[in-house]
Design a protein around this ligand. Structure first.
Ligand SMILES: *[C@@H]1O[C@H](CO)[C@@H](O)[C@H](O)[C@H]1NC(C)=O
Ligand SMILES: *[C@@H]1O[C@H](CO)[C@@H](O)[C@H](O)[C@H]1NC(C)=O
Length: 613
């Protein structure tokens, strides 16, 4: 009658039969079978838990891939939801279409985005990363598939290079209007700074011109006091980066020669804090006569470069000498229990000097290199200091304007008034968005996919990054030329304007920090608006800084389209960074962008150094 009771004896007898047979098996075979069964169960659950979940996520995200749907502005895929075990997070978005009049973001997060871009993450289509390093050929092939914007930017790179080659070859910088060169250190800085940009843009003929010059004409045996930091980030890193891509041995040889001279910057009384200048020929370092102190940013932003040289030469001394500075500053922080540091530090005593606290000039890249050195090495205290610094920046230095736009700005703390925020923000501060986005990408987004670790820290970093980028956009968008001034004042008092430009700060030096951040933000968030903003900036450069006969010029006045007062100088970071980041902002090749973000770290001059972890 009852099926269950009928079945029971059957079941029982077969179980007993099985038990008897099992006991008759040899012991080792029984053991082996048990292990095999456990293994199968384990593998199966792992597959279900991790791999299957991950696959479904990636499929969803391919639908919202901004690079596959070119017209996707972040709004068109709202009906695609990630699986529910995924947390949804709100990200501050800049206003769509930039129509910002009725826009208020003081306390609320006004756009909720549920999409995560998958293109850059490890996924099924990731087999191509077998060789993790970028090659010359790969970049050249990609340059044959340029989109319209990249073609224009590549032309701008050629126009800059040709002007330099024609009028200033071998000099540090081009003066495009008077059609001459000018020297700062006398080491052909523009060439060294441009080599990797030429490779990235697929300009192999131009690269060969530069390489020939390095082979035949470059010498570092110059009797000049050069700035240790500037020479390291531009010349040393420029050579290393171009070497990593092209594998041309001569570039490494020159880098070693330069490194052996620059390392004498660390021959200071304190041993831990380097001098700011060194004579390349005499290999003697000193403080410049007008200033005994070294800058915080300068002493703490050469470690990526010297460490890279150590890796390539197997000579640890470059790394040890330079990293002593980072360790020393870390110790100072522990004593002070304060993560915002003043901008001057003494090379004789190693002490911090009471001075302004800023995210701008003389401090900026200290914070950048905390994180980027961590990316290069995974040394834990660097990440820790970075996270705590960003916390302190948010709590002590940020504020908002009272204008309709409610712009977030990062101000300064002056010696004379430690309580309030001095509402001055350098354009240089705009770099921070890029570093924050990079941290979000590596510490949150990537592990998130793999292990689904949820940690608010880096989500907040991305919010700050996007909010700051929005302010930087307006630094360009609200001037008459569409070009940012060097410095803006954002105080709460500027009721009618959004920020104020002092007459002495109206210049634009072709600086990269904003477009650099747009490069990271676009590829990490997938939001089209970051390309739109980048294109506006590029168009403004084309309109107001391009010199027909060759090259681009810095200008003195971003407020007067009719008379921008050209300064007649093309800074080397225009080719090293501004044009490189613009070109990469518009790069559609996911593999290349993924390789760049996953396997390299960009130094503070836009040069590529491989991660070694
Ligand atoms: C998030 O991660 C960072 C870095 O690993 C860590 O310092 C922090 O404590 C974490 N925060 C939370 C809330 O777990
Ligand atoms: C400012 O942004 C608006 C909206 O995107 C755009 O139409 C305008 O051209 C921009 N102005 C400048 C100077 O870039």
């Amino acid at each position: 009658m009852d099926l269950n009771t009928e079945k029971l004896p059957n079941f029982k007898s077969s179980f007993l039969l099985f038990k008897r047979k099992w006991k008759r098996l040899p012991k080792f075979l029984r053991f082996y079978l048990i292990v095999a069964i456990i293994f199968i169960i384990f593998t199966f659950s792992y597959y279900v838990l991790f791999i299957a979940t991950k696959k479904s996520l990636i499929r969803i995200d391919e639908n919202v891939d901004p690079l596959l749907n070119n017209d996707n502005n972040g709004d068109s895929n709202q009906n695609i939801h990630p699986p529910s075990q995924f947390i949804e997070h709100n990200i501050m978005l800049p206003p769509q279409n930039s129509n910002s009049d009725n826009f208020d973001n003081t306390n609320k997060e006004f756009v909720s985005t549920k999409k995560l871009p998958s293109i850059l993450l490890d996924g099924d289509d990731n087999d191509d990363d077998g060789d993790k390093m970028i090659t010359n050929e790969e970049l050249f092939i990609a340059s044959k598939k340029q989109n319209e914007q990249q073609k224009l930017i590549q032309e701008a790179i050629q126009h800059s290079w040709n002007g330099y080659r024609k009028y200033a070859w071998g000099k540090d910088m081009l003066k495009p209007i008077t059609q001459k060169g000018s020297n700062w250190f006398g080491i052909g800085l523009t060439i060294l700074d441009s080599l990797d940009t030429l490779l990235i843009a697929g300009l192999n003929d131009e690269f060969k011109q530069g390489l020939e010059w390095v082979k035949n004409d470059l010498t570092f045996d110059v009797n000049e006091n050069v700035n240790c930091f500037e020479t390291t980030i531009r010349a040393l890193a420029g050579l290393m980066s171009a070497y990593h891509i092209s594998k041309e041995k001569i570039l490494l040889e020159k880098a070693i020669d330069l490194g052996d001279r620059l390392i004498h910057c660390f021959d200071s009384q304190s041993k831990t804090v380097p001098f700011s200048d060194v004579n390349l020929k005499k290999k003697m370092a000193k403080a410049p006569s007008y200033m005994p102190e070294s800058s915080l940013s300068e002493v703490s932003s050469v470690q990526l470069e010297f460490r890279d040289l150590s890796y390539e030469t197997n000579d640890k001394s470059y790394e040890e000498k330079s990293f002593a500075t980072s360790k020393h500053i870390h110790d100072l922080i522990q004593q002070r229990k304060n993560y915002l540091l003043p901008m001057y530090i003494n090379p004789y005593t190693g002490n911090l000097m009471t001075s302004t606290i800023t995210m701008g000039a003389r401090a900026d890249s200290y914070y950048e290199y905390l994180y980027k050195q961590y990316l290069q090495t995974k040394i834990e205290f660097l990440l820790d200091d970075y996270i705590r610094s960003i916390d302190a920046i948010e709590n002590r230095l940020t504020s908002r304007t009272k204008s309709k736009l409610k712009l977030l700005y990062i101000g300064e703390i002056l010696n004379t008034d430690q309580q309030s925020i001095h509402p001055k923000m350098d354009h240089l501060v705009c770099f921070l968005s890029g570093t924050l986005a990079l941290g979000y990408y590596h510490e949150h987004l990537q592990p998130f996919y793999r292990l689904q670790i949820v940690n608010e820290t880096f989500i907040n970093h991305l919010k700050l990054a996007e909010d700051l980028a929005r302010t930087c956009h307006y630094m360009y968008n609200l001037t008459e030329t569409g070009l940012s001034p060097e410095i803006g004042y954002f105080g709460q008092d500027y009721q009618d304007g959004d920020f104020y430009i002092k007459p002495r700060d109206t210049h634009n030096l072709l600086r990269p920090e904003f477009v650099e951040s747009l490069f990271f933000l676009y590829h990490i968030t997938g939001k089209q608006i970051y390309r739109d903003w980048g294109l506006q900036v590029f168009n403004a450069f084309q309109k107001y800084t391009r010199i027909n006969t060759g090259g681009y010029t810095t200008i003195n006045d971003v407020r007067h389209p009719k008379n921008v007062k050209p300064k007649d100088k093309m800074e080397s970071f225009w080719l090293a960074e501004t044009l490189k980041y613009l070109y990469l902002l518009f790069m559609d090749d996911h593999k290349i962008i993924r390789k760049l973000l996953n396997n390299y770290v960009f130094n503070t001059e836009g040069h590529l150094l491989p991660r070694r972890v």
